[in-house]
Design a binder for this molecule. Structure first.
Ligand SMILES: [Zn+2]
Length: 461
């Protein structure tokens, strides 16, 4: 699809070309560095896409551009470790995971084109950016369209084409791995590019063991990460025990999938041995609490994973499976789920989920040296959360500190005012700069109507 379809598409202010220097003046800076340092009214300077100064006072550093951060909290951009961008949303409420997957994701993937995927990507990434997410790990059956969308809109993205070549994958499963890997081998994405390809699989039951081994070998050869689902539902976890006589994590380890560049989504049904195996291999988990609650699939043992040293990032899951892409909702959901499950108000704390949404998410992607915190030398991905509203006051610092609690329990994606990716402002006063939002809304409405006309209606009312 032509880039010029939406007026303004491709004009990524500061994304293409040399980014301008920029100062954010006066915000409360939540650095999410190792010490979790907070600066109450600081100045953060960005030059050529990286943080170059973090000052503990309000000053004018004479940059090309100045953003007023007074009354706001500056956070590192949030990192969504599990997303499926698609040109649909909120379909099949009340269906079980397998019924829903067969009806909507499989059918949509069968009918949608790369141009449709680009529109779905623009919708998902626009929503993500406006809610404060600057990096996504996006698993999709039409990767080229999603890749183009991420490049256009200015988000940092790792796009994961799916392998699904086994008989259990189902009729509508979309297998693009084999055709895709040749292209990727010939045209590898640069390791420092804002948008890159990873490799991956949808479900373990949907991919042959030979292909799993191939994915592991190809990922190591190309130096990219691996993303897949594991043990989302009890039925899902039971498949490898029944068909392979092994717990899922053990099966994946033997297939060469586990390792420090692998992120497994869900992991709701794990044995102690599997947790130890994830820890020993450096494999990370993408936790999707609101998706798991919405689909009724299970509760991941997050405190056990953290206690064993497994890196846990947070994800929304897809707009078809979870409906919303607001990482503030996900942070809140993560705390709520563990606390009620364990009947323990201390089971998961606000600072810990803030870390999972930022620094730990970066570590899960193998990119902690580049993103995930506001530190000098790192890539400048940051968001301004506007605290000048009744649901975010009073802010208290000191002995009764409520900063992290306000961010996790009270803030919403719609409180994000400014979003910066790679030093470029992509959302300003809640307005998305790189694309024409009104044009996108009418296009997505038209495409969704066309795709859904081909799918039978069968969901409970
Ligand atoms: Zn998923």
């Amino acid at each position: 699809m032509a880039r010029g379809r939406f007026p303004g598409a491709g004009r990524l202010l500061g994304v293409s070309g040399v980014p301008e220097s920029l100062a954010i003046v006066g915000p409360t800076v939540v650095t999410m560095n190792r010490e979790r340092d907070v600066i109450d009214a600081g100045t953060v300077v960005i030059d050529r896409g990286r943080f170059v100064a973090i000052e503990p006072d309000v000053r004018d550093p004479h940059t090309d551009r100045r953003v007023d951060g007074a009354g706001c909290v500056l956070l590192p951009g949030l990192i969504n470790c599990h997303l499926h961008s698609r040109p649909g949303r909120a379909l099949g409420d009340g269906l079980s995971l397998f019924e829903w997957h067969a009806l909507y994701p499989d059918n949509l993937c069968r009918h949608m084109t790369e141009a449709d995927s680009r529109l779905g990507g623009l919708l998902a990434f626009a929503d993500s950016l406006k809610c404060g997410t600057t990096t996504v790990l996006d698993m999709t059956c039409k990767p080229a369209g999603a890749f183009a969308a991420a490049e256009e809109i200015g988000i940092r993205a790792r796009i994961v084409p799916l392998a699904a070549d086994a008989e259990f994958a189902g009729d509508g499963a979309c297998d693009v791995y084999s055709e895709f890997i040749e292209t990727l081998a010939e045209h590898p994405t640069q390791p420092d590019a804002r948008v890159q390809y990873w490799l991956g699989f949808d479900s373990i039951s949907g991919v042959t063991e030979a292909t799993l081994r191939q994915i592991g070998a190809d990922a190591r050869r190309l130096g990219v990460g691996i993303h897949g689902h594991m043990s989302e539902s009890q039925e899902d976890a039971g498949w490898t025990r029944r068909e392979r006589s092994l717990p899922a994590a053990v099966y994946l380890e033997r297939a060469g999938i586990l390792g420090p560049r692998t992120v497994l989504a869900h992991c709701n049904w794990l044995t102690g041995h599997e947790i130890a195996l994830l820890a020993r291999t450096g494999t990370s988990v993408a936790h999707n609490p609101t998706s798991n609650m919405k689909l009724g699939t299970g509760i991941a043992p997050i405190p056990d994973l953290l206690a064993n040293g497994v890196t846990v990032g947070l994800g929304t899951d897809g707009m078809l499976s979870n409906f919303h892409l607001d990482m503030f909702e996900v942070m809140r959901g993560a705390c709520l789920l563990q606390r009620i499950h364990r009947l323990d108000a201390h089971a998961l704390m606000s600072w810990d989920v803030l870390e999972m949404a930022t620094r730990a998410g970066a570590r899960a992607l193998g990119e902690e040296r580049e993103i995930g915190s506001i530190e000098i030398g790192k890539r400048a991905d940051a968001i301004l959360v506007d605290f000048r509203d009744v649901h975010l006051r009073p802010l208290v610092r000191g002995p009764h500190d409520n900063l992290a609690a306000l961010l996790v329990w009270c803030a919403r994606g719609s409180d994000v005012r400014t979003v910066i990716v790679d030093g470029a402002v992509v959302v300003e006063d809640r307005r998305l700069l790189p694309i024409d939002e009104a044009g996108l809304l009418s296009e997505i409405q038209r495409v969704a109507g066309r795709l859904l006309a081909a799918i039978p209606e069968s969901h409970p009312r």
